[in-house]
Design a protein around this ligand. Structure first.
Ligand code: DCC
Length: 154
């Protein structure tokens, strides 16, 4: 299965969190499960992602939620509308991002993110995401993603 981010054309692939063309980026790769209607990704923070010794920096966790949510939005919209991302790539930007840090996230183990779309409406998708360190749910996020149109940022 191909990661959602790898469907992005090059001009959409420079993002620090998930762009495959960003040499300094996190290169997050998100996968969509059509049966479960949920997305997954995994990321193992490095020692330089420290907040308090032994625990992951919250800004990094927000970045993971952010980029996992943008990809989840693309997959959920494609799923809802019967689109093939291979033929019709979709790209979303973050309009709003809320992150709740439920407990400290240990630095060392692989983190797993799970995402679900709560709402798919027009250009807007609302995504809920969870970050797990092993069995422990440490972060819960919610993002509003808006599909970009031609002339974005202009
Ligand atoms: C070359 C390109 C490369 C593009 C490469 C893309 C890289 C992606 C990177 C990954 C993620 C990021 O970090 S992105 C970087 C951080 N984000 C940004 O810089 C985005 C800056 N903001 C914007 O450009 C704009 O505000 C947009 C695009 C988000 C929305 O503006 P718009 O296009 O005019 O949309 P608009 O009609 O107002 O809103 C559409 C729907 O979304 C809702 N909505 C809009 N903003 C919000 C909000 N803050 N909170 C809640 N909901 C909101 C509206 O109520 C509406 O819902 P309803 O009434 O229909 O229900």
């Amino acid at each position: 299965m191909k990661a959602i981010q790898l469907h992005y054309p090059p001009e959409w692939a420079h993002c620090y969190g998930c762009g495959y063309l960003n040499p300094m980026g996190l290169h997050l790769q998100t996968y969509w499960n059509r049966e479960r209607k949920e997305s997954r990704t995994a990321f193992t923070p490095s020692p330089h992602h420290t907040a308090i010794p032994g625990f992951v920096y919250g800004g990094l966790l927000a970045s993971l939620v952010d980029c996992h949510a943008t990809a989840t939005a693309a997959a959920a919209k494609a799923d809802a509308e019967g689109l093939d991302l291979e033929k019709t790539p979709l790209r979303f930007v973050t309009a709003s991002l809320k992150v709740d840090y439920l407990k400290p996230t240990p630095l060392g183990p692989e983190l797993v993110l799970v995402g679900r779309a709560r709402e798919v409406k027009g250009r807007k998708v609302v995504v809920e995401a969870e970050v797990y360190a092993g069995e422990a749910l440490t972060v819960r996020g919610e993002a509003v993603l808006v599909q970009i149109t031609e002339g974005f940022g202009g």
